[in-house]
Write a new protein. Sequence first.
Length: 552
Amino acid sequence: MAQTRSLDLAREAFDARRWRRAFELLQAADGEHPLGPDDLERYAVSAYLAGDDTGATGALTRVVRERAAQGDPERAARCGFRLSLLLLLGGEGAQASGWLARSRRLLEGRPADCVERGYGLIVQGLLAMGQGRPEFASAGFVRAIELAQRSGDADLLSLGLLSEGQRLVHMGESIEGLALLDEAMVAVTAGEVSPVFAGIVYCAVILTCQRAFDLERSRQWTRRLDDWCASQPDLVPFRGQCLVHRSEIFQLEGDWPAALAAASLARSHLSGRSHVLLGRACYQQGELHRLRGEFVQARAMYGEAVRHGHDAQPGLALLRLAGNEPEAAAVMIRAVLQAARATAPRARLLGACVEILLAASDAMAAREAADELCEIARSIDAPVLRAASAHATGAVLLAEGEAARSFASLHEAWALWQRLDLPYETARAQARMAHACSALGDADSARQHFEAARLVFAELGAACDLVELERAAGPARTARPGALTRREEEILSRVATGATNRQIAAELGISGHTVARHLSNIFDKLGVSSRTAASAFAHEHGLVGLVRHGPS
């Protein structure tokens, strides 16, 4: 009777999507008396969604064995194929292949149109995709979709549409592929797909939209994923990835503090789970620190990203550029660009490559990179790529002395960035437009564009861009490093790395009140009113990272 009551409570918690509660109750009930196959499946699902991958794998293994022993090979194979898929997504390719073979064997002698075979076709196709053989996956994905439609299996249909959509995007057929992804999401957002597969589809669709440079779809599905995760507070597997996506969207929309908070939370959530996703969260946090001029933290996060298997480029090369090391940055970006073969990774590098090569005075190589980005933008025809291409071309034209053509190209980029509602990229285009206006002798327009860009950079906290902008615009302030005392330079150096007043006080052995007084004096001497503007001055004059001793 006690176990019956526990099972009733566990099933209620499961139906309410209270995954941690369901997992704990089912685990306790299983300890009293082994669960039957139906409750074991609930146990596997709740364990997985509560973050216990080992418990989920063990429970599914038992389900396969018990279903087979009870003479139900179809349901045994279905669980085997699902276990194979989870293992594959977890990076266990060899085990996934083994369970795929075992599950297929369970279906020997069963009808060819048995719906369970569809799950096997999905895993088989994904294995082929992972081995770089997408051409071997298409027939299986299409057949899985047919089996799902015939049987009304919403889980299989969503997986089939997702897989074939991903394959098409990978093959460069983005329009057809994205249409299949939209169709897969119809069932997911309608609540027709079971939770584990809904989470898989959500995350995979967002990643695929990003690979296809479809910013608007990425935004829409990230918001839906955020809502879906929020409706299940106990959910573990997909929340970390959702937080990374949220951080990226916050960054694009100009809310950098929220983006940094989401990236930091993602790191905490993903710790001990997915190294790949953890590396991505670290890289995202590094990007935000770099943009804010917090170079010490940025370098640390890029290092963490690499340790977890995520490439730190182009962020690390751009960090070297921001540190006034254009030659070193150029060496980095050339090497990583040479190693990148696929179109999408190259497209993500080429914009940064143009910036770095121009700073390193290699205008010819910068022109080649801009031209390649232009060709990619023509072939993929995504607004974000068209904007990036127009910006890069405008930058190169300006360096080549073609100010009028440069302004036209940069104006195109500016208009596209505005339409996409990306404030940072919009301001960067406007800053370059100001340079073009100056070259054309239009001082009034140059001042207007400089000021508009400066306001956005200041609001965002884009310290590095403020440095470049004020240097190019000829800042009104006349202060120089010699106007500051040694102690003020030490404090300003630490402010520029993102340290708080309390941290500075502890490091220098002075009171927080003293730090605040010094900061007030620094602001007065520099003619600035914010930590961001003061940080920009520190970066501009090489005051970051100073460690001095002696009287102040």
